[in-house]
Ligand binder design. Sequence first.
Ligand SMILES: Cc1cc2nc3c(=O)[nH]c(=O)nc-3n(C[C@H](O)[C@H](O)[C@H](O)COP(=O)(O)OP(=O)(O)OC[C@H]3O[C@@H](n4cnc5c(N)ncnc54)[C@H](O)[C@@H]3O)c2cc1C
Length: 309
Amino acid sequence: MENVIILGTGCAGFTAGIYTARANLRPLILEGKQPGGQLTTTSEVENFPGFPDGVDGFSLMDQLRKQATKFGARVEHAFVDRVDFSGEKKLLFAGDKKFEASAVIIATGAAPRLLGIPGEQEMYGGKGVTTCATCDGAFYRNMEVVVVGGGDSACEEALFLTRFCSKVTLIHRRDELRASRIMAERTIAHKKIEVVWDSAVQEVLPDEDGMARAITVKNLKTEEVTEICCKGVFIAIGHVPNTAPFKEILELDENGYLVPDSNSMVKTSIEGVYVAGDCADHVFRQAITAAGMGCQAAIEAERWLSEGM
Ligand SMILES: Cc1cc2nc3c(=O)[nH]c(=O)nc-3n(C[C@H](O)[C@H](O)[C@H](O)COP(=O)(O)OP(=O)(O)OC[C@H]3O[C@@H](n4cnc5c(N)ncnc54)[C@H](O)[C@@H]3O)c2cc1C
């Protein structure tokens, strides 16, 4: 039986790996279908402390992997599809494989929802299409950008982008925003924001270097298709937390995020089971906050294990 199994090799999982490995727990990290997590899909990370010149997401995750394995963490490619946390031994299943552990740290992250339109994947993560204004807004200084969505996140992203961008066009499928009233009013009133109602983005168009230069938008009432020039396309239609295996085992909120115990950011209602990173955080969703939660979960797991040893 393992001391501790960590699910996920994003910032949260690897940080938990570094801490538990340095505590001599020889953690086993299961990496799922996206080795290195979401950050591997972006070319430039400028806000992770310690990298004044920025770092590309893939290299950062490679460094975290090296740091965790250097101290004895083991990484195995396995996607956990079922868990049983009812006994003292926590059981995790990945297809035919079964794993057993005293403690489990769930750091399975989240996946941003995308539109599934032509050009989106090709220009995602460094070529103009992104899902994070906090991460990428500063790259679009004095440029025209669009935000797609109509909820609180879309409004927040649009308002944040007005600090950098010359113009922000918000594209929304309906004729009113789903966001809270105050957010919606603030967004609509902002002089840098134009809202395009009743419209859906059809395609992201590249320039000759493969970077986003425009989108085509269809008005869903008139069916008219127009082109909007923009260097950045910020998709803000939500995230899907990777928490399916924990349904009915741990508490999830209405959007599927794991809900930690009210007294802690990382403990759950089951002793020895901890959460970290974007799978339990719909607010901050940053590499550094995920890493911070990974550290907290690891220290909690280590303390809990040492009480029982
Ligand atoms: C395009 C893009 C750009 C970004 N840029 C920045 C930035 O510049 N700065 C910043 O701070 N943040 C940025 N972010 C956000 C940042 O990537 C996330 O906040 C961070 O990756 C969250 O880390 P995590 O460890 O919680 O989860 P993730 O990175 O989502 O990793 C989840 C891990 O869990 C694994 N997994 C999932 N399900 C299972 C399962 N059932 N069994 C086993 N393993 C599983 C996955 O394979 C993956 O390894 C960006 C995100 C995107 C998408």
